[in-house]
Design a protein around this ligand. Structure first.
Ligand code: 5AD
Ligand code: FES
Length: 348
C-alpha cells in the first residue's frame, strides 16, 4: 500500500502523526493522495454537518492597528492605508440588516485599536446580544489579557477568532516585529478556551519562509489545542508591506491543508476563506469540496470595504451584504450544498 494512504488512514483513526509523518505526507502529496484525502474529508463533513454550510456575517469595524505584522496591509507602518472606525450605530445597522438576511452569527473583527476601550467593547457586545439574543457573537480583536477576554465573555461574546499564524517561534519572529511572539499567541488561545469561548485559530498557507516542517508544527499545535474552528487561507502579498514582492500561497496546498484538518478533527468548523476566493474565482467552492463548511461574507458598509485591505485584490469590496449572500448561496448550491440560517455552533 502506498505510504501516503497509510498515513491518511492513520490520521483518520489516531488523529495524530509524528512530525516526520506530517512532513512526508505534505511534501509527497500528489493528485492521487489529494483526491483520497478529499473523499474522506467530505465523508466526515457530511457525517457531522450534512450538506449545510454555516454563514457568519463579518463586520470589519476598525482598521486602526497598533501592530506591525510584516504581511498585513493594515499594519501601523502603512501610511497609505486610509483609516476608519465604524460608529456604534453603524455597527448596529450592520447587525440589523445582517439579521434580516438570515445571519445568526456576527463576527466583530478589527485591528488592535485602543480607541475601542474595554468598556466600549463590552457595551457593544452587550447591546448586540440584547438586541439579538438568538445570535452568536464572535470577536476577533487580537491579543488581550485573560481578564479582558473574561469580561467580554461575560458581556455576551460566545466565540473568539485568533489565528496563531505559525506555531514555530522562529518562523513567527520572521513574520512579526520583535514585540510579538508565538508563545503569547498560544497563551491567548489557551486562555480563551479555558474561559469557555468557542475558539478559532488558524494560519496562512505559503507565508514567506514556510516549509512543510512549519505546517507539520501547525497541525501538531492544532491537535493539542483542539480548537472549535480553524481558519486558513493562502498568504497573498500586499503592495505596501515588506512582503510586497514575496510569492503568495497556492490554492492546491491550501486545499490539501483543509482536507488534513477535516480528517484530523472531523467536527471542526472550517471556513472557505475570502483569501482563498481571492486567488481563485472558484476557490471557496473548492474549499468546501476539500472539507470546509463555513463561509464568512462581509456585512460592513460598502463605503469602508476597500479600506480593510489586508492583502491585494481582496474580493467583494464593492458588493452589498445582500449581493454576497445571494452570490454565496448560488455558489454553494452549484456544488450540492445549502447555506443555512442558524448559529452554526460547533458539532451541531
Ligand atoms: N495574506 C493573507 N492573509 C492575511 N492575513 C493578514 N494579512 C494577510 C495577507 N497578506 C490574515 C491573517 C490574520 C487574518 C485576519 O488575515 O492570518 O489573522
Ligand atoms: Fe461577495 Fe460573491 S460573495 S460577491
Amino acid at each position: 500500500m502506498d505510504l501516503w494512504k497509510q498515513l491518511i488512514d492513520k490520521l483518520e483513526t489516531d488523529s495524530r502523526l509524528t512530525k516526520e509523518e506530517w512532513i512526508t505526507l505534505i511534501e509527497n502529496r500528489n493528485e492521487e493522495s489529494a483526491e483520497y484525502l478529499f473523499e474522506k474529508a467530505r465523508m466526515w463533513q457530511h457525517r457531522y454537518y450534512g450538506n449545510q454550510i454555516y454563514t457568519r456575517g463579518l463586520i470589519e469595524f476598525t482598521n486602526y492597528c497598533k501592530n506591525d505584522c510584516y504581511y498585513c496591509g493594515i499594519r501601523r507602518s502603512n501610511r497609505s492605508a486610509e483609516r476608519y472606525r465604524l460608529t456604534e450605530e453603524q455597527i448596529m445597522e450592520c447587525c440589523r440588516s445582517g439579521y434580516e438576511l438570515g445571519f445568526r452569527t456576527f463576527v466583530l473583527q478589527g485591528g488592535e485599536d485602543g480607541w475601542f476601550t474595554q468598556e466600549k467593547l463590552e457595551r457593544m457586545v452587550y447591546a448586540i446580544k440584547s438586541g439579538y439574543p438568538d445570535c452568536a457573537i464572535t470577536l476577533s480583536l487580537g491579543e488581550r489579557t485573560k481578564e479582558s477576554y473574561r469580561r467580554l465573555f461575560e458581556a455576551g461574546a460566545d466565540r473568539y477568532l485568533l489565528r496563531h499564524e505559525t506555531a514555530d517561534e522562529e518562523h513567527y519572529k520572521s513574520l512579526h516585529p520583535p514585540e510579538l511572539s508565538a508563545a503569547n499567541r498560544k497563551r491567548c488561545l489557551y486562555d480563551l478556551k479555558e474561559i469557555g469561548y468557542q475558539t478559532g485559530t488558524g494560519f496562512m498557507v505559503g507565508s514567506p519562509g514556510q516549509g512543510a516542517e512549519h505546517l507539520a508544527e501547525d497541525m501538531m499545535f492544532i491537535r493539542e489545542l483542539e480548537p472549535h474552528m480553524v481558519g486558513i487561507g493562502p498568504f497573498v502579498p500586499h503592495h505596501d508591506t515588506p512582503f510586497a514582492n514575496e510569492t503568495g500561497g497556492t490554492v492546491e496546498l491550501t486545499l490539501f491543508m483543509i482536507g488534513l484538518l477535516r480528517v484530523m478533527l472531523p467536527k471542526l468548523l472550517l471556513p472557505a476563506t475570502t483569501a482563498l476566493g481571492t486567488i481563485d474565482k472558484r476557490g471557496r467552492e473548492k474549499g468546501i469540496l476539500a472539507g470546509a463548511n463555513v463561509v464568512m461574507p462581509n456585512l460592513s458598509p460598502t463605503s469602508v470595504r476597500r479600506k480593510y485591505e489586508l492583502y491585494d485584490n481582496k474580493i467583494c469590496t464593492g458588493d452589498e451584504a445582500a449581493e454576497c449572500r445571494n452570490c454565496l448561496s448560488r455558489r454553494v448550491e452549484s456544488i450540492g450544498y445549502r447555506l443555512c440560517v442558524s448559529r452554526g455552533d460547533y458539532g451541531t
